[in-house]
Design a protein around this ligand. Structure first.
Ligand SMILES: Cc1cc2nc3c(=O)[nH]c(=O)nc-3n(C[C@H](O)[C@H](O)[C@H](O)COP(=O)(O)O)c2cc1C
Length: 180
């Protein structure tokens, strides 16, 4: 499987880092400018630290990069975490960065687009944007760890959300205990 994975400037950047570690297949990574700043703020890591877990890395302002074109083959795009700003651009069809253009391409090519927002609470505008994107075919997968999986650490909670993303792309995993 081939994936485009984007990290935007959202709290919860750890979800994106763990996703890159766990995802099997080819990973094409894009981090927004605010994503890089939040990465530093929340983890002290840099873009270079994440590059080991990606086969390709593109700049968010490089609209000549392969994921900007529908002719570039990939199976799914995952924006994790996804800011409400990026969500709003996608809902409005704005494609002025590589992340928003690749997501717009993913929708038009009817490929899987998984959006992982963290924001809470949500305004009516945010809810309407998410609804619009869900109607257009995107999977809205909020970063909401469950407690039936009996998390004992922050790591367990991150793993739960990442496991739910892997469920969406059909990848086997043992990141959380399933309800039986
Ligand atoms: C430390 C920090 C945490 C942030 N967390 C969030 C968040 O959880 N959700 C969100 O929608 N925006 C959050 N923002 C605001 C976004 O970074 C801002 O709207 C930015 O323009 C998003 O750009 P991007 O979508 O291109 O990454 C945060 C900003 C900072 C500085």
């Amino acid at each position: 499987m081939r994936y485009v994975v984007a990290l935007t400037g959202c709290s919860g950047i750890q979800y994106g880092i763990r996703l890159l570690e766990e995802l099997d297949g080819k990973r094409e990574l894009i981090i927004s400018e605010m994503g890089k700043k939040v990465l530093d703020e929340e983890t002290g890591l840099t873009m270079e630290d994440l590059e080991a877990n990606a086969e390709e890395v593109y700049d968010d302002d490089d609209l000549f990069a392969p994921p900007a074109s529908g002719s570039h083959r990939f199976d799914a795009m995952i924006i994790c975490p996804c800011t409400q700003s990026t969500m709003a651009k996608l809902a409005a069809g704005i494609a002025d960065t590589l992340i928003t253009r690749a997501a717009s391409v993913t929708l038009k090519e009817r490929r899987k687009l998984i959006l992982v927002p963290r924001e809470t609470p949500l305004s009516v505008i945010m809810l309407e944007n998410e609804l619009r994107l869900a109607k257009a075919g995107a999977v809205i997968l909020p970063a909401s760890p469950a407690f039936y999986a009996e998390p004992r650490s922050v790591d367990d909670m991150v793993n739960f959300v990442v496991g739910k993303i892997l469920d969406q792309v059909g990848q086997e995993h043992e990141l959380f205990k399933r309800w039986e």
